[in-house]
Design a protein around this ligand. Structure first.
Ligand code: MCF
Ligand code: FE
Length: 408
């Protein structure tokens, strides 16, 4: 165990002063430095920078590593344009996926204060890189299978990838499941996969209604997806409807990614089931989506967590950058309290839905912690600290995972 005594601690949305932490693998005690030193005279106090802010490590609950290279091949500006560029460039994007690029992307995440990622594994080609990294990870093995003739073989492939990830399981590597989306996964498959997630108690993630095109398609088999499927398969039938998917998900609290085009009735269902919406404003902007209506979510008491998405729809995996963009995008919200909320949306909220015992500076929680250098900034009110931390991009200089310092 060690003692750390930063100038400020960000704890459940508040700033503590004159407090220190006794921590090993877990946070053991929060008290004044004097009391901790008196009660634990043999414990070493770690050296830190003078104007430090300690907070929980960031949790980026939705990234894709396998799409980290050839990122300029993607077309930005509209969802269908992007999707067509994925399909068009699929051979380039997936053959010889660069382990080096995936490693680099994860390093950048660590460097910017992320201590846990929720990684969507589409092909299983990212598993070794994830395993080797000191970062904590929830690995969402993804299934895509829209056409009836794909259902059985793709499900079998998914199962074998899932098994592989189960073999890699350790305290920093947790297997999980992702359904790509309601338009790309047949409801028969979704049903089986949800049941599996329930049975194994794995976190479940699903991209849902990130585009107007998806809305039109799922509502009435119309819009831009119609041409897309006609060209792709010669048939244009939706393979599930939103209410069918939400019904399946009643049994399983899930991460619903994007959700920009969800309607009021669907939000009610989502609230009842206790799902969390994952908000990735940079990705939404680049793929031509609208701004997620956070007020509507909050009105319905739906939790939302901030995430970056992958490098095929973002220019970085830096969650502080995502916070800054969100701060400017949601321009009607009170600056100071929204900045605090953004910090919580990247720590407490994702920890809860990913089933992690971290994301909070609280006795009994895992010691996944970061130290931020506030340099020479002085604060007349501590309520300003969250805002300036977000504006200045984090400035993280040290990270601990399970109480062990990791190289950043
Ligand atoms: O979240 C973004 C945009 N929405 C959907 N899918 C993806 C995103 N980034 C990567 N993807 C992947 C997805 O996991 O794209 C692949 C899937 O494996 C092809 S299907 C669009
Ligand atoms: Fe995504």
């Amino acid at each position: 165990v060690k003692i750390v005594a930063p100038k400020y601690i960000f704890k459940s949305g508040e700033i503590l002063q004159n407090k220190a932490l006794l921590f090993g693998e877990k946070i053991e005690k929060i008290d004044s430095l004097e009391s901790l030193k008196r009660d634990f005279p043999d414990v070493e106090e770690v050296e830190i920078r003078p104007n430090s802010l300690l907070m929980a490590g960031l949790i980026n609950s939705h990234i894709h590593l396998e799409y980290s290279h050839h990122t300029t091949e993607y077309d930005y500006g509209s969802f269908m344009g992007w999707l067509n560029s994925v399909v068009r460039n699929f051979p380039t994007l997936t053959q010889s996926i660069s382990e080096e690029k995936m490693r680099e992307s994860l390093k950048l995440a660590l460097k910017s204060g992320t201590t846990t990622v929720g990684a969507i594994s589409s092909l299983g080609l990212d598993l070794d890189v994830l395993k080797d990294s000191p970062i904590r990870k929830v690995v969402f093995n993804e299934i895509i299978a829209s056409q009836p003739h794909q259902v059985d073989s793709f499900y079998q492939l998914f199962l074998s990838r899932l098994e592989r990830s189960e073999e890699l399981k350790d305290r920093k590597f947790s297997p999980a499941i992702a359904i790509h989306s309601p338009y790309s996964v047949h409801k028969i498959v979704s049903k089986k996969v949800v049941e599996l997630a329930v049975e194994k108690n794995y976190p479940l993630s699903l991209h849902i209604l990130e585009s107007k095109a998806e809305r039109d398609w799922l509502d009435s088999e119309s819009g831009e997806f119609r041409d897309f499927y006609l060209k792709q398969y010669g048939v244009a039938r939706r393979v599930s409807q939103i209410d069918e998917v939400l019904e399946l998900l009643q049994k399983k609290r899930s991460l619903l990614v994007h959700g920009v085009y969800l309607n009021c009735d669907e939000l009610k269902e989502i609230s009842k089931a206790g799902h969390t919406v994952i908000h990735s404003p940079i990705s939404n902007r680049l793929l031509g989506g609208d701004r997620l209506d956070l007020e509507k979510l909050e009105e319905k008491k739906i939790d939302w967590a901030l995430a970056t998405d992958g490098l095929s729809s973002n220019y970085s995996l830096n969650l502080f950058e995502e916070m800054k963009i969100a701060l400017f995008l949601h321009n009607r919200r009170d600056l100071e309290s929204f900045a605090t909320q953004l910090l919580l949306s990247a720590t407490e909220t994702p920890a809860d839905i990913l089933g992690l015992n971290s994301g909070r500076v609280e006795v009994g929680k895992d010691s996944d912690l970061i130290l931020i250098d506030l340099e020479d900034w002085e604060f007349d009110r501590v309520e300003k600290i969250a805002l300036h931390t977000v504006l200045k991009g984090g400035n993280v200089y040290r990270s601990y995972i399970f109480g062990e310092e990791v190289e950043i």
